[in-house]
Design a protein around this ligand. Structure first.
Ligand SMILES: [Zn+2]
Length: 108
């Protein structure tokens, strides 16, 4: 993803992760305010949990979208998500709702 231009290391812990994830969700949904988009962009260069969280949310959204369009999920997409899920659980970015969505996605 985005590689920060400065040499500061990425944050490994997000002190405000719940808020960050809500912001990321809003940005992906297209319902984010201008202010949210600005802080989202600033955050995406510095905060590793947020970068991972964003990637994951995006993959799920895309996979879900393909399902809605009745295109079959390519196996590569699913294994990609499974892989990211592992990272996500390690980072505790996964909300219960999203796990439910994911289960539906895999089972149906
Ligand atoms: Zn963050």
């Amino acid at each position: 993803m985005n590689v920060p231009k400065n040499t500061e290391p990425l944050k490994k812990h997000c002190e405000n992760h719940e808020k960050c994830m809500q912001m990321i969700q809003a940005v992906l949904d297209g319902s984010a305010t201008e202010q949210e988009i600005i802080s989202f962009k600033a955050n995406m260069g510095v905060c590793l949990p947020c970068i991972e969280g964003h990637d994951l949310q995006k993959s799920i959204k895309e996979a879900l979208q393909q399902k809605i369009e009745k295109k079959c999920c390519p196996e590569s997409t699913l294994s990609n998500i499974r892989q990211k899920l592992g990272i996500a659980s390690a980072l505790l970015v996964f909300a219960a709702v999203q796990i439910t969505i994911f289960k539906v996605l895999l089972e149906s």
